[in-house]
Design a protein around this ligand. Structure first.
Ligand code: NAX
Length: 328
């Protein structure tokens, strides 16, 4: 029998955690033949609720679930971790400036990065979901100098999936007909969903849409502001769809992208497409055997260039701010 894979989830008692843990335990993260051990990290106030969730996980009698540990100590929760999903973060509260938000999250992601550095397994793969996801991933990565930088990724898969559905609906196609869509930049309102290289049922998506006004005034804002629209409608932020995207992100990273397709992931820039080296920015990536590559050689038109640059500029500003705070 296979050795279980250790999956650490932070913010386990939160709403994304609740939507995520059962799917991991049922085999949807890593595969139907991969046993898992869950390691839940919460702050002290969240421990009791995490224990309740663990009771429910037990009550599912998932055949692949080989154990659940709960801790409020990152050094314990990341010990031996093969996959880490960093979901818990400090939300922006009323009147909070960006600097305060970055600082509060630095206080979470810096020690977690260090704990990953010191205690995780050699093959550790990290997905940061907690916002501001790209910059939190950068902070954690900087605190983990012994872990290869490319093991720290940020989630833009929810934006990717949202864009796939909006595009499919516009063209009366099914989501599985949509390929090679890209989210560029930051997981924020400046993100840029790019359909110029996308294909829908084998046709270039931008040509099929043939409506730049729709792209600029409907498609892009709908995708970028979808989180706010969900809050408005549901009275709570995206949870099941965010958990689904986290599952997709790691599943694709581990199991590979399909031939003729790619996905979007926030990954460390190697300078591709003019994105300054070291920033964690969303790119089109292909994955294979647990590693990824940024898709090279795409032609970037003027429409895309302006928007990618604007989002990357925001990432640079966030990096400068956390540098100033001594978090890098
Ligand atoms: P919740 O507030 O429901 O849950 C967060 C949980 O994290 C709480 O249980 C809290 O106790 C815990 N927590 C806080 N600090 C912690 C720490 N230092 N260590 C361990 N646990 C800690 O938020 P939820 O709706 O689950 O969202 C979690 C994060 O995901 C937020 O930052 C949110 O902004 C972010 N999102 C990111 C998305 C993305 O696409 N990248 C989309 C969905 C979501 O908005």
């Amino acid at each position: 029998t296979r050795t279980p894979v250790n999956v650490t989830v932070t913010g386990a008692a939160g709403q994304i955690g609740y939507a995520l843990l059962f799917r991991i335990a049922s085999g949807q993260l890593l595969g139907a033949d991969v046993p898992v051990k869950l390691r839940l990290l919460e702050i002290p106030q969240g421990l009791k609720a995490a224990e309740g969730t663990a009771m429910e996980l037990d009550d599912c009698a998932f055949p692949l679930l080989r154990g659940i540990d709960i801790s409020d100590d990152p050094n314990v929760a990341f010990a031996g971790a093969n996959v880490a999903l960093l979901v818990g973060a400090r939300p922006r509260t009323k009147g909070m400036e960006r600097g305060d938000l970055l600082e509060a999250n630095g206080g979470i992601f810096k020690p977690q990065g260090k704990a990953i550095n010191d205690h995780a397994a050699d093959d550790i793969k990290v997905l940061v979901v907690g916002n501001p996801a790209n910059t939190n991933a950068l902070i954690a990565q900087a605190a983990a100098p012994d872990v290869p930088a490319e093991r720290f990724t940020a989630m833009t898969r929810l934006d990717h999936n949202r864009a796939v559905t909006q595009l499919a609906k516009k063209l009366g196609a099914s989501v599985e007909d949509v390929k090679k869509l890209t989210i560029w930049g930051n997981h924020s309102a400046t993100q840029y969903p790019d359909v110029f290289h996308a294909e829908v049922a084998g046709r270039n998506a931008a040509e099929a849409v043939n409506d730049e006004k729709w792209l600029a005034e409907e498609f892009i804002p709908t995708v970028a502001k979808r989180g706010a629209a969900i809050i408005e409608a549901r009275g709570a932020s995206s949870a099941a769809s965010a958990a689904n995207a986290a599952i997709d992100h790691v599943h694709t990273w581990v199991n590979g992208t399909a031939e003729g397709d790619w996905t979007s992931m926030g990954v460390v820039s190697d300078g591709s497409y003019g994105v300054p080296e070291g920033l964690i920015s969303s790119f089109p990536v292909t994955t294979k055997d647990g590693t990824f590559e940024i898709v090279q050689g795409l032609e970037i038109n003027e429409f895309s260039r302006t928007r990618i640059d604007a989002s990357v500029k925001e990432l640079e500003e966030e990096r400068a701010a956390v540098r100033q705070l001594g978090l890098l």
